[in-house]
Ligand binder design. Structure first.
Ligand code: AMP
Length: 289
């Protein structure tokens, strides 16, 4: 496995790769969720490039950019064990330079001012900015994003289509701890007590999936608003100390909202336990997701 720490290094090392390139962008602090995406890319492509870059432009002024975990040595070990060919660890100064950019991104609000975009103004502009820069540098054939950040996955798919990036976006399923908590670099900040309560997010989504399955089977129309309130009530009952950011059910394909649950509904939850913000989502229709 090679490691490129500069744009020039990436260019030289990439020239030696042969065959289709799978690309997994990450912010480091890698866990089994990241490793499973890297392994998927390794299975599907002769070469896999992983990037590790904590992107400042997607963090708001009061967010945890400075405190975001940085565990480079372990990350490199995980990349190697997972079969990556090349890890790209660019320097902030090389990515953004010190001049104000001429071209900036302005993303449409329909997909980006909802869910995680509501409380994080500028977040998706930052995501679209860094991902398009990385696509231009890496030139992958296929790129991989996790369903854990489903809104991000939807935004990237739309961006790739809008800007005609010549690559394919593939998704990877959410990897969970044995008790159902979605793996996240931020889980390490949960207190013991909060860590015990956090799987209630998964249990709530599963209970909503069971209700949706019954309703779809019996052809009963369940209003989305009613189902969202049920989920909120369950969360408030089991984790009263959680500060709920949102519980929303939206359509899987374009994140639009419907009046009734359908076979394309997906539930999205974001809440804070102490200072740690957790997000998760689950498809409520018939196929797995
Ligand atoms: P991040 O380092 O948080 O930017 O995440 C890098 C990639 O890993 C993104 O595509 C995430 O959606 C994905 N990811 C993060 N957590 C998980 C997880 N628990 N299971 C699967 N993919 C994940």
């Amino acid at each position: 496995m090679r490691v490129a720490k500069s744009l020039n290094g990436l260019k030289l090392m990439k020239a030696e790769l042969e065959g289709s390139v799978g690309f997994v962008p990450t912010m480091g602090a890698l866990h089994e969720g990241h490793a499973s995406i890297i392994r998927k890319s390794v299975r599907e492509n002769p070469e896999t490039i992983v990037s590790i870059f904590v992107n400042p432009s997607q963090f708001g002024p009061n967010e945890d950019f400075g405190k975001y975990p940085r565990t480079l040595e372990e990350d490199l070990k995980k990349c190697e064990e997972s079969g990556a060919s090349l890890v790209f660890i660019p320097d902030r100064s090389e990515i953004y330079g010190d001049q104000k950019p001429l071209v900036t991104f302005n993303v449409d609000g329909e997909m980006t001012s909802i869910l995680c975009g509501k409380d994080r103004p500028g977040h998706f502009e930052g995501v679209v900015q860094i991902v398009s820069i990385l696509f231009n540098l890496v030139h992958p054939d296929v790129t991989y994003f996790g369903e854990k950040d489903f809104q991000q996955l939807s935004v990237i798919r739309k961006m790739v289509s809008d800007l005609h990036f010549q690559l394919e976006v593939r998704s990877a399923p959410t990897i969970r701890e044995p008790d159902g908590l979605a793996m996240s670099s931020r889980n390490r900040y949960l207190s013991d007590e909060h860590r015990k309560l956090a799987p209630e997010i998964y249990k709530t989504m599963k209970s909503m999936r069971a209700k949706a399955a019954d309703a779809l089977f019996e052809r009963r129309a369940i209003p989305v608003e009613y189902a969202e309130n049920e989920a909120v009530k369950r969360l408030e009952g089991f984790i009263p100390e959680a500060e709920i950011d949102y519980v929303e059910i939206r359509n899987d394909d374009d994140l639009s909202k419907s009046r009734f649950l359908s076979n394309s509904s997906r539930i999205f939850i974001a809440l804070k336990l102490g200072k740690t913000r957790l997000i998760d989502n689950m498809f409520l229709g018939k196929r797995n997701g």
